[in-house]
Design a protein around this ligand. Structure first.
Ligand code: ZN
Length: 48
């Protein structure tokens, strides 16, 4: 995966981040936390 210059924040906006490197791995997680956070069957996450 070649994504760079990714910006994000938590749901309330108190914590923000920027990631300027290549994301090498990503996972699809179906736990209850990811389902609730995404409002979907699961969450697509990239551990950094
Ligand atoms: Zn999860």
């Amino acid at each position: 995966m070649q994504n760079k210059n990714i910006r994000g924040k938590c749901l309330c906006g108190a914590v923000q981040y920027r990631y300027d490197a290549i994301i090498e791995k990503s996972i699809l997680c179906y736990c209850m936390d990811c389902q609730q956070a995404q409002g979907a069957l699961g969450g697509w996450n990239s551990p950094i």
